[in-house]
Design a protein around this ligand. Structure first.
Ligand SMILES: Cc1cc2nc3c(=O)[nH]c(=O)nc-3n(C[C@H](O)[C@H](O)[C@H](O)COP(=O)(O)OP(=O)(O)OC[C@H]3O[C@@H](n4cnc5c(N)ncnc54)[C@H](O)[C@@H]3O)c2cc1C
Length: 399
């Protein structure tokens, strides 16, 4: 499925008004926040990329992510995209494998479709969208407006806003000028990489394949248009020694005796900065941080999209109050709410990734899961974060 290029709704010289909120980053967190705030407010959504843009992601939406989209009245996205209902997880480690049933509430959907859909929705509700610009927030301790420097290849200006929502993801640097928003990166953090593979595959639709190796893991899933998304988290040294991310991913697949997908050697790869990171502060004077920009553990449990959407949904409630009148307690409010909503789930995901690295999960748990899959299925149901049934065509279907 091809997604048309999304055009900016304003030219760069039309940005000089006082915005109610500027949102930096139009990934799922930023676009979803813009959608929640759009209406009678002047909302500007900015992104340095042009959409659709490539994004390293496993493209799996768990139950919590789907339920958040449904709560915002976006259930039609599943039918419109032709999203693939997910029903099984096939775990591989060496010659061992186990197949677990997934809770019947998740979908695979390409990021091209999802991200473009959310931006279009925000624009249709009245938000302005400008792409191809990089934004940096300026420090300004007690001022009534936040200033943001916006640059494009041939443009540079400072714009003003009552509130800024930073949703610039894992690779974002929009807050680099404010020391108190520093990011702590874990010493041995892995990096992410991925590609979309064209061509007929023998893999089953609706099944997530996860191949595990002591130095990383590779996930594969069929998308709505028949292409395959391949996403991996790898040790940097392993990747370097293997000759780069593609060769390292190939080594993981071979270690698991997993057939190399057709088209693998022609695929174009993208990468991320190091994954496991955390920002101690996710709020400041007239600033809220949401999505991956707050920190990210590892992608093994496939929860990042749910965290991005849910943090956007929750921050939008505080943002509405902040636009009407800024109160200093909003800083502590978002800090506490974010920790409550996402903090524990980040820790759990980190613990699972740690167990995987130390062989506990694969060496000890996989043989057990093979014989007692219901144990793993109970864990997966809990990780999916929602007991809702799958949403299809705007209503529940029972699987
Ligand atoms: C290998 C891998 C596999 C994954 N698999 C899954 C999965 O299967 N399921 C799942 O739920 N999650 C998965 N995730 C996590 C998921 O991709 C992220 O959690 C999600 O993309 C976060 O959304 P976001 O909107 O916070 O950030 P992003 O999607 O990264 O969006 C940030 C946006 O900000 C823009 N930007 C950055 N800096 C600036 C700037 N200064 N000015 C303007 N724009 C800027 C970028 O261009 C980008 O468009 C995976 C992640 C990795 C690395």
């Amino acid at each position: 499925m091809t997604v048309e290029l999304i055009k900016s709704t304003r030219t760069l010289d039309q940005l000089q008004i006082v915005w109610d909120a500027v949102i930096i980053g139009a990934g799922p967190a930023g676009a979803f926040a813009a959608m929640q705030l759009a209406g009678d407010k002047k909302i500007l959504l900015l992104d340095k990329a042009h959409f659709p843009r490539p994004k390293v992601c496993g493209c799996c939406l768990n139950g919590a992510a789907c339920a958040t989209l449904a709560r915002a009245g976006l259930s039609e996205i599943f039918a419109q995209s032709g999203a693939v209902p997910l029903h099984a997880l096939e775990l591989h480690h060496g010659s061992d494998q186990a197949v677990l049933g997934l809770p019947a509430n998740g979908y695979a959907m390409s990021r091209n479709f999802l991200d473009a859909f959310l931006i279009r929705k925000a624009v249709s509700l009245g938000a302005d969208f400008v792409c191809g610009v990089t934004a940096k927030v300026n420090p300004g301790a007690e001022s009534t407006l936040v200033t943001i420097d916006v640059t494009a290849s041939d443009y540079c200006a400072t714009i003003e806003t009552k509130l800024v929502i930073v949703a610039d993801g894992l690779n974002g640097h929009a807050l680099d000028r404010i020391n108190s928003f520093a990011v702590q990166i874990e010493k041995d953090a892995r990096f992410g990489c991925g590609t979309i593979i064209e061509g007929a595959q023998t893999l089953k639709k609706g099944r997530v394949y996860m191949c595990c190796h002591p130095a990383g893991y590779v996930g594969l899933v069929a998308l709505e248009d028949g292409r395959y998304d391949l996403a991996a988290a790898l040790d940097r040294e392993f990747s370097r020694q293997s000759g780069g991310p593609a060769r390292a991913a190939e080594a993981v697949l071979k270690y698991c005796r997993f057939p190399l997908p057709a088209g693998f050697s022609e695929a174009v790869w993208h990468g991320t900065e190091t994954l496991t990171r955390k920002r101690e502060r996710v709020a400041g004077h007239r600033i809220f941080v949401i999505g991956d920009s707050c920190g990210y553990p590892e992608p093994f449990t496939g929860e990042g999209m749910a965290w991005a959407l849910q943090s956007a949904e929750a921050a939008a409630v505080l943002a509405k109050a902040a636009i009407i009148e800024w109160k200093q307690h909003l800083i502590a409010d978002w800090q506490t709410q974010h920790e409550k909503l996402i903090g524990g789930r980040h820790h759990r995901s980190k613990f699972i990734a740690y167990s995987l690295r130390n062989g506990m999960l694969c060496d000890l748990a996989l043989p057990v899961l093979k014989n007692f899959p219901f144990i793993g299925e109970a864990v997966l149901a809990n990780l999916s974060g929602s007991s809702d049934k799958r949403i299809a065509f705007g209503k529940e279907i029972h699987c």
